[in-house]
Design a protein around this ligand. Sequence first.
Ligand SMILES: NC(=O)c1ccc[n+]([C@@H]2O[C@H](COP(=O)([O-])OP(=O)(O)OC[C@H]3O[C@@H](n4cnc5c(N)ncnc54)[C@H](OP(=O)(O)O)[C@@H]3O)[C@@H](O)[C@H]2O)c1
Length: 333
Amino acid sequence: MDTQFANNRYDGRMPYKYCGNSGLLLPSISLGLWHNFGDADDQIVARDMLIYAFDHGITHFDLANNYGPAPGSAERNFGRIFKEDFNSYRDEIIISSKAGHEMWQGPYGNGSSRKNLIASIDQSLQRTGLEYFDIFYSHRYDGITPVEETMQALVDIVHQGKALYIGISKYPTEKQIEAYKYLTSHGVRCLISQYCYNMLDRKIEEGNLEAADSYGSGVIAFSPLAQGLLTDRYLNGIPQNSRAARSTGFLQRSAVTPEVVAKAISLNEIAKRRGQTLAQMALAWTLRDRRMTSVIIGSSSVQQLADNIKAVNNLNFQNEELEAIENILKQKE
Ligand SMILES: NC(=O)c1ccc[n+]([C@@H]2O[C@H](COP(=O)([O-])OP(=O)(O)OC[C@H]3O[C@@H](n4cnc5c(N)ncnc54)[C@H](OP(=O)(O)O)[C@@H]3O)[C@@H](O)[C@H]2O)c1
């Protein structure tokens, strides 16, 4: 069910949706701090983006222990800005963090063991200065740690009051279902499942979406703009300040292939006919599935954020538009 409401700094347009089978509302657009909030980034822009986001109805910010660079610096910078600008709004904001990818050296700074998760949430709380996270995730299934070990650590984290809800990210379908079952039988349901989903990456349509839906977990899509490939960023080459060009970015230059750019150019024509930018249409497309609770976008400027938030002005598609998009996506890479 969709609903609308306003926090007291909000101008009134963002839709909110219940996260799976829970009572928690999330905004259709959330903001992620993977890139652009580390020590290597402009802190004034970072602060401006957080304030702009909140003022336009984005009440959910997504972190992880290793976001930076340097790892940990996104949490620390978020914590500083939060203390200065958002302290009185704690009850109006949903903050998530995660553990599971390499964070510190040695045998316990990586993976999904109980040791790593419990140590990591304490470090993340310390870096952000928060008393609790709203959502804490297992960032990945590591291929070794039994799912019960990771899930019991999450259950204990909730019982210790360090997180209100828990989530899983990138779990393969079989392990995802195992996690849901363990959690349900231990009294702490999985609120949310975080996966990559966009027009260029649709793997979750093969099982993860259906599994989440049948166990009542919400789904939140990361990289809904395919790290910028589904925007106008690369339509005319690789700009110097873009993620693909920057040494600290996770998008490789080699991902900007002529085939991907050709698809983006064709998709951009459909977006124009809808009166949208390509970024806005890409977000609307990811949100078209009723099982999708929210998309977590990244932005490197307030201008991009403003562009992306306007996606909510047109979230509906005609069948012909969806077919035309499918035809473009089917073209061989
Ligand atoms: N669970 C996981 O394992 C996982 C993995 C990845 C991400 N995440 C989460 O998902 C969040 C979002 O991921 P993402 O940053 O890859 O998302 P994304 O929204 O697909 O990509 C964001 C990038 O696209 C470009 N962009 C955004 N809006 C634009 C616009 N309107 N016009 C032109 N370019 C635009 C910017 O790149 P430029 O720098 O080139 O301007 C921006 O940094 C992360 O911050 C994180 O919270 C989670």
